[in-house]
Design a protein around this ligand. Structure first.
Ligand code: NAD
Length: 257
């Protein structure tokens, strides 16, 4: 049987690395793309046959060069996971245009650019795009004017892709992770934010990289062959609980201050 090829962006660590490992375990060839060349080189050695690719998804010329390499080295592409992302939490008044652009260029432009560049390859035999947004794209909050807006745009971009690309056999779906203990989250989640998250999440804990990767792998797989344009939160129930007041939780599940 021909080996399928999965490209994961932001694959040097965190959710992207867990997803690359899962695809590899499923027997797929994995292209691991990241702008952090040192870390990427180190972790790619773990996965036999994986192709590491240093690329900044926000730079059109780097994206085009990476996809040209995939054409040469892999010939085909079946799955694209747009996972690379950056977080920056700050009030609206302090978010100057360069901070705004720094978030948008990776989180939104990167998804647009990678998806567009991969279209010719994905449409050859049909394929799947999985975009990684966030619960911050589903529910607004303070301090996330750039991050939350970029992720809400990724949710809509997913629906645009599903609407237009279905006829060339490409499905596009979106995963919205809740909080996961990665480097990205550690940089922006203060101890107060961590405690408050516990109170607001019915499952009462952070998720793991593996738990997010499993949802991504399902949407990318044949098992989801009639699923497109969907947004799935893997968030311990955070998004479903409109009135998530800590005081309404049973005492035994409340986070100790
Ligand atoms: N960790 C969380 O709590 C959480 C919650 C919701 C959504 N997410 C989303 O999940 C995705 C993965 O996050 P993570 O927590 O694993 O983060 P992480 O910081 O651990 O990993 C992100 C990876 O993306 C790479 N990257 C960043 N910008 C890039 C660019 N322009 N080009 C190429 N590579 C780039 C980084 O080098 C890094 O290896 C992100 O899109 C993030 O917004 C994470």
């Amino acid at each position: 049987m021909t080996q399928t090829v999965a490209l994961v962006t932001g694959a040097a660590r965190g959710i992207g690395l867990a997803t690359a490992r899962l695809f590899h375990a499923e027997g797929r060839r994995v292209v691991m793309l990241d702008r952090d060349g040192a870390e990427l080189g180190r972790v790619a050695k773990e996965l036999e046959g994986a192709l590491p690719m240093i690329c900044d998804v926000s730079r059109p010329e780097e994206v085009d060069a990476a996809v040209r390499q995939i054409v040469v080295k892999c010939v085909r592409l079946d799955i694209l996971v747009n996972n690379a992302g950056v977080a920056d939490f700050g009030p609206i008044a302090d978010t100057d245009f360069s901070r705004w652009r720094r978030v948008m260029e990776t989180n939104l432009d990167g998804v647009f650019l990678m998806s567009q560049a991969c279209l010719p390859l994905l449409s050859r035999q049909g394929g799947a795009i999985v975009n990684i947004a966030s619960i911050s794209g589903l529910r607004a909050s303070t301090l996330r004017v750039a991050y939350g807006t970029s992720k809400a745009a990724v949710i809509h971009l997913t629906k645009q892709q599903a609407a237009e690309l279905g006829e060339v056999g490409i499905r596009s779906n979106c995963v919205c992770p809740g909080p996961v203990n990665t480097k990205l989250a550690l940089a922006v989640h203060s101890p107060e934010i961590r405690a408050a998250y516990h109170d607001a999440i019915p499952l009462n804990r952070y998720g793991s990289e593996q738990e997010i990767a499993e949802v991504i792998a399902f949407l990318a797989s044949e098992k989801a062959s009639y699923v497109t344009g969907q947004v799935i939160a893997s968030d311990g129930g955070f998004d479903s609980t409109g009135v998530g007041l800590p005081a309404l939780r049973p005492a035994r599940t409340r986070q100790k201050p």
